[in-house]
Design a protein around this ligand. Structure first.
Ligand code: BGC
Length: 905
């Protein structure tokens, strides 16, 4: 089982890698962490100009790269031999570079290396890394799309098989499999890969993903068998709910296309393909729904169905099918896996036919049961987030949008029918759920122990990129619960909740983007999801509120407060990775979107949106919040235009942004009282956070907000749009202490209130006894996770040198907290910021990774001094005292890469 890799562990690993002998004169500097398209040695890449990235490992103060050169070859040992591309030696610190050589060939493994020159001009080479291209072009597919002859209403999952002869010794082999639906691939009886729920969900009739597997070791010279099991996923949604996925335009019986490309030892190539010579039969997965559950009848298993000697004379011929879309592209992202295995904390035996397991924490994923019993015994495994007072599973908070047409498809309830062959186990393949409790009922007595069931936390396995530790345990738990909710809602696209909906709600995702990117290296998932946006956008610019969608969501919930994902996500990817590609890919889409709002709302004020969803009590006007998002979009568009060299657009959209701002302030800003609207928490913080408050009035408006929060007794009175803004609006404007009081609050309504009441994920409602809208695994109030890095740790990207090329370090040594540590692994390495109170002084240690710099803003009051390693900072040396103080009276310093121990006394 995989578990999280702690960033410090990665650091240690990189350190040992550094000790490997260098190819050139000794230098303490070394490029490492090589990635292509943000993945380590990926296979099956379709990008015509793949992006290469690396980082500099160099512990020295002031460490930087002064030049680099890339080498790309088809020879694994000697890059000169099969040289395909050699960049010029390019001066500067760049460590993200797109391929610029002649066209790459499909099905080809390329090897590459980067040489860097360090701050002293010494050269060092990286180890050799690789990547392998996939189909590159849809015309390279040889297989046919096939399925069985059943129609979309048929429930059991189809199994497919083919036996073939490999006449010679095999050097290597790749399976390329494109699927409308979900699949499991087997070769000679062995399951290929540990991914789950592949391929990822897309708008299948516009873009279909294929996955590449290295199957060299599973094949053998002689007879081989390929087996494919197809699941429905979002492609053939048989369950019925309010979003009409069962009526999706793409819906059909699952189908697939497979090319198994074998390279023999003698260099010859043979491709085994899907086609008319395959055979099919229904299997033991008698029902599978991504939305509800899976039913499995072990009596229907056909042992060895995916091996060569199986007798398939009773199996049927397959059906040739049209491809689901014209756009079959490589899935180049971190897969979904069962990442953590969770043993139940307790089991409650209610009777010999009813058992309730408690995992002790809420997760997204599946359970596996191991059990012995008579053939035909029917077990039902009901997955719930809460229990009734009698200890039984309670689904009433999550089954409200489900519209079953009969009782055959119970919500979040797997059904397992035993074959009666001793101990048997079941874990669903084509479904996941949101749950903490599993109630197992059986139609005949069975004996279960606490060990009979295991939970698996499933999600897109994005690498961990952040760590928060503080002296306040409630804050630590909020951070952990936020990460759990974030990951529970990441399945190749961000979702709202893993149980009731599993929808790609745009609003929830724009709120969570920073929390996501501070904590996890998620770029691959977001690039894929923004491609889903481009697939869904109407020619007039309108986007649906859930993405992907089967058609629902163009009418409801899709105003700028939700669907501004089209601008906000690419902008944050730029800030965190310094990569303009997603902004460039989405540029026309952002423009279309902004132009559309401009046409509909020429005044600059827009009423299009849902507003501050699930608020505590006060509701701010929709026009207020939606206009703020419209302003954010126009601003991002203007900045993107500048970055991409589109001067005329830059001018045009800067002017539009200014017009929106004027209209907004004209209607809502009360200049005499320094307040907005009716002075609600959401109104004041949204205006501040999204930059609508005229600079000269910011401090006064922030003061109004701080007073308002105090009047509200340091409790929240916001919905999801307010939570995005409020902590930042306070901590960015001189009220870090007030923000911290809100963040660490433990009575209702607050994040801490959930924690005190046992939450291990974030909820959908501040009121834990609410009658509706109470999923227990929502990320929509999750901005607090990202805020901890920014608002207390002080680690922020710098728009002017994005991707943490220059880091902004602006900690808040907030009252009531003694110690705080934030680590974020950015493109240049670990940024570490730790502070501690020490007898009235503050010790503050920071690490700025090699090849980057930092601008520091510190609250050094008059009469206080800053010391570095015990020495007074005078302005000379590594720490440069900048031009006085910023707007909040903080001293400004500039530092180069390195680790610094400061003291304010
Ligand atoms: C979802 C939310 C979503 C909202 C839109 C709810 O049903 O769970 O998270 O943003 O609808 O209003």
């Amino acid at each position: 089982m995989r578990t999280f890799l702690h960033p410090f562990f990665c650091c240690t690993l990189l350190f040992f890698l550094c000790l490997l002998p260098a190819a050139h004169a000794y230098t303490p500097s070394r490029p490492a962490g090589l990635k292509v398209e943000y993945l380590v040695n990926p296979i099956g890449i379709d990008a015509a100009q793949p992006r290469f990235s690396w980082r500099l490992i160099d512990e020295r103060t002031g460490a930087k790269q002064t030049a680099y050169q890339l080498f790309l070859s088809t020879d694994s040992q000697d890059l000169k031999k099969g040289m395909v591309w050699q960049s010029a030696k390019i001066s500067g610190a760049a460590s993200l570079v797109a391929y610029a050589g002649k066209s790459l060939q499909p099905f080809t493994r390329y090897y590459w290396r980067v040489d860097i020159w360090d701050k002293d001009g010494l050269q060092a080479s990286s180890a050799i890394a690789s990547f392998e291209t996939g189909m590159m072009d849809k015309r390279n597919w040889q297989g046919a799309w096939i399925s069985d002859v059943n129609d979309e209403a048929v429930k059991p999952a189809g199994q497919f098989r083919k036996v073939f002869e490999a006449p010679k010794k095999i050097r290597s082999a790749r399976a390329y499999i494109a699927v409308a639906g979900l699949y499991e691939l087997y070769i000679n009886g062995q399951r290929i890969g540990d991914q789950r729920l592949d391929p990822m969900y897309t708008r299948f009739d516009r873009r279909t993903l294929y996955v590449t597997h290295d199957v060299t070791t599973q094949l053998q010279a002689g007879k081989n068998a390929i087996g494919v099991l197809l699941g429905n996923g979002w492609y053939n949604h048989q369950s019925t709910a309010v979003w009409y996925f069962h009526k999706a335009p793409w819906r059909a019986r699952p189908a697939f296309c497979l090319d198994l490309r074998i390279t023999y030892e003698d260099g010859s190539i043979e491709t085994i393909t899907s086609g008319k010579d395959w055979k099919t039969a229904l299997g033991p997965v008698v029902f599978n729904s991504i939305y509800t559950a899976e039913h499995y009848d072990a009596r229907l298993e056909q042992a060895g169905w995916n091996t060569a000697n199986f007798d398939d004379s009773k199996w049927k011929a397959v059906l040739l099918r049209a491809a689901p879309s014209n756009n079959i592209v490589a899935q180049a992202l971190h897969p979904i896996r069962a990442v953590e295995e969770i043993a139940p904390q307790s089991m409650n035996r209610i009777s010999d036919t009813v058992y309730v397991f408690d995992l002790g924490r809420n997760i997204s994923g599946v359970s596996r049961i191991k059990v012995s019993g008579e053939a035909g015994t029917i077990l039902r495994l009901k997955h719930a987030e809460q229990l009734y007072s009698n200890g039984r599973a309670d689904l009433s908070n999550i089954d409200v949008h489900y519209r079953p047409t009969d009782d055959k498809d119970p919500f979040q309830t797997d059904i397992f029918i035993l074959a009666g062959k001793g101990e048997e186990s079941f874990m669903p393949r084509f479904n996941y759920k949101g749950f903490q409790f599993v109630e197992v009922t059986s139609n005949k007595p069975v004996t279960l122990t606490k060990e009979s069931l295991t939970g698996y936390f499933m999600h897109s396995q994005v690498p961990v990129a952040g760590q928060i530790k503080s002296s306040n345990n409630t804050i630590n738990k909020i951070w952990w619960a936020t990460n759990n909710a974030y990951l529970s809602n990441l399945f190749g696209y961000p979702t709202d909740c893993p149980q009731r909906e599993k929808n790609g709600w745009t609003g929830d995702a724009q709120i969570a983007i920073e929390t996501g990117l501070y904590g996890f290296d998620g770029i691959t998932v977001y690039e894929k999801w923004l491609a889903d946006h481009r697939d869904e956008q109407q020619p007039n610019g309108v986007l649906p509120s859930i993405i992907p969608t089967g058609g629902w969501g163009y009418e409801w919930g899709n105003g700028p407060d939700w669907t501004s994902t089209i601008a906000i996500i690419p902008w944050n990817i730029y800030l965190f990775y310094g990569d303009k590609k997603l902004l460039a890919d989405c540029y026309d889409n952002i423009k279309l979107y902004v132009d559309h709002i401009n046409e509909l709302y020429p005044s600059g004020l827009t009423t299009w949106g849902l507003g501050d969803w699930v608020p505590v009590k006060s509701k701010s006007p929709v026009e207020f919040t939606s206009t703020a998002y419209y302003f954010a979009d126009a601003t991002i568009l203007a900045k993107a235009a500048k970055l991409l060299g589109k001067e005329a657009d830059h001018k045009k959209y800067s002017a539009l942004a200014a017009k929106i701002k004027d209209a907004f302030n004209g209607k809502y800003f009360n200049k005499d009282k320094f307040t907005y609207g009716s002075g609600l928490q959401t109104e004041l913080s949204v205006a501040l956070y999204w930059g609508l408050v005229p600079v000269e009035h910011k401090s006064k408006v922030a003061e109004t907000l701080a007073k308002r929060v105090e009047q509200d007794n340091f409790h929240l009175d916001v919905g999801l749009l307010g939570t995005k803004a409020i902590l930042n609006a306070l901590s960015e404007n001189g009220y870090g202490d007030v923000a911290y009081k809100l963040a660490a609050q433990e009575t209702y309504p607050s994040w801490g209130w959930w924690i005190v009441n046992g939450a291990t994920t974030l909820y959908e409602n501040w009121d834990i006894n609410a009658g509706s809208d109470l999923s227990r695994n929502h990320i929509m109030f999750g901005e607090i996770g990202g805020w901890l890095y920014k608002g207390i740790g002080g680690i922020k990207p710098d728009e002017g040198a994005a991707g943490f090329r220059n880091v902004i370090l602006e900690p808040n040594f907030v009252a009531g907290l003694d110690q705080f540590e934030a680590v974020h692994e950015g493109p240049y390495g670990n940024i570490i910021a730790t502070w501690k109170r020490n007898a009235g002084m503050i010790n503050w240690s920071v690490t700025v990774p090699a090849n980057s710099t930092a601008t520091i803003y510190l609250p050094v009051a008059d009469g206080q001094q800053l010391y570095e390693n015990g020495k007074l900072v005078t302005g000379a040396g590594g720490v440069i005292r900048g031009a006085g103080r910023n707007g909040w009276g903080k001293q400004v310093y500039q530092v180069s890469a390195g680790t610094y121990h400061f003291e304010i006394r």
